[in-house]
Ligand binder design. Sequence first.
Ligand SMILES: [Fe+2]
Length: 203
Amino acid sequence: MEIKKFYIFPKPFWNSLIEVNISNLQKECYEIRKNIPSKNKSNLGQNSYHSPNLCNFKNPPEILKLMKQITKRIQAIHQESRRENVRLVDFWININGKGGSNVPHTHPGAKYSGVFYIKVPQEMKGGNLLFLKDYNERFLQSEENMGFFKQGYKFLPNDLPKIPVKPEEKLLIVFPSWLPHSVEPNDIDEERISLSFNYILFR
Ligand SMILES: [Fe+2]
């Protein structure tokens, strides 16, 4: 008996390395933290810093260079098949100290969102970006609904309720803004710095 199996509805995400001066970027982020008060959004943890939307501030040179590079890539991603241009509407930095994490969320109103890693501790524990199945899909594929896995069954990518992505300095991750995601707690004392953003489309 031959039975073929197919997977449908895959979800995209993109990654790209960006050559920037990472130590200048780190310094600029600490300057921002010193001068602009934190804003709490999806961040958890006492040692977390979340800047307000930095589109509304005069930005330092390395951050400006980085944003140009990110925009270029998101424009290329979108224009692979579509006609519009992309516009940056919101970007902010996250500095996660020990215990810092982000609860599951999406970025309503945007088309493309993502993260760029500015500082990743060498001995990183935790702190992965997690892509999550939405609640409904998660339930439909749950053991409660589908039955129990056999002992020793190896999870296939499509069975997993979450897919981890390991941060890396200079790594850009882009995903559709509707894709649910969260950030695991940072389990070590050293801080992790990332920059997140939202893009919309315009004609
Ligand atoms: Fe996010």
